[in-house]
Design a protein around this ligand. Structure first.
Ligand SMILES: [Zn+2]
Length: 196
């Protein structure tokens, strides 16, 4: 089932999410629905707060990025088929010199801005079988994970922009929260909640 994606301005996107346990109600259905919702919106990542659940869970599938011919062969191979579920994740290390990448977000349609992040991360998490994992990622895999990880910390990529950039996009963000945008996937807008 495709779930509505929560738009910018909803308080759930600003909340630090909580850990879950193996017996989380209807976990398998939730996982299936989140993947379906992400693919339907052509996203490469989706975090639970984006479907209104303040829990520490997100998924990524970077396969669409693998077709970018500007990337090295090695990076394309890393991205192709990189599909993962991260539960109760904790980034334990971030290394290297920050680099800029033009990020977007399913909760903030049509807004794209350069965001600076470190290139290498080490992350501890539970996989979809609630088995503990610890892995190191770099390049765009790290980038997508960092973006989704921020969601479970209650942080949006727009929070990381300069105050000038923030001022420049303020009007567009207000429009998104009111639903004044054209999108081709299901969304839920905070400023419209009361309406039917
Ligand atoms: Zn996002």
């Amino acid at each position: 089932m495709i779930l509505p994606i929560v738009a910018y301005g909803d308080p759930v996107l600003k909340k630090k999410a909580k850990d879950i346990t193996k017996d989380y109600a209807n976990f398998d259905t939730l996982l299936e629905n989140m993947f379906e919702t992400m693919y339907n919106a052509y996203g490469v990542g989706l975090a639970a707060p984006q479907i209104g659940l303040p829990i520490r869970m997100f998924l990524v599938d970077t396969t669409p990025f693998a077709e970018d011919e500007d990337l090295s062969k090695e990076e394309q191979e890393n991205l192709n088929g990189f599909k993962r579920v991260f539960i109760n994740a904790k980034i334990v290390e971030e290394e290297g010199d920050e680099w800029a990448f033009n990020e977007g977000c399913l909760s903030i349609p049509d807004v794209r801005e350069d965001v600076f992040r470190k290139p290498i991360i080490t992350i501890e998490f539970l996989d979809e079988n609630f088995k503990a994992q610890k892995e190191t990622f770099d390049g765009l895999r790290a980038r997508v994970i960092q973006h989704e990880y921020d969601h479970i910390e209650g942080i949006l990529f727009t929070d990381k922009l300069s105050s000038l950039k923030k001022r420049l996009i303020k009007g567009r963000l207000t429009n998104i929260s009111k639903g004044k945008i054209n999108i081709d996937y299901r969304m839920r807008f905070p400023a419209q909640k009361k309406k039917r």
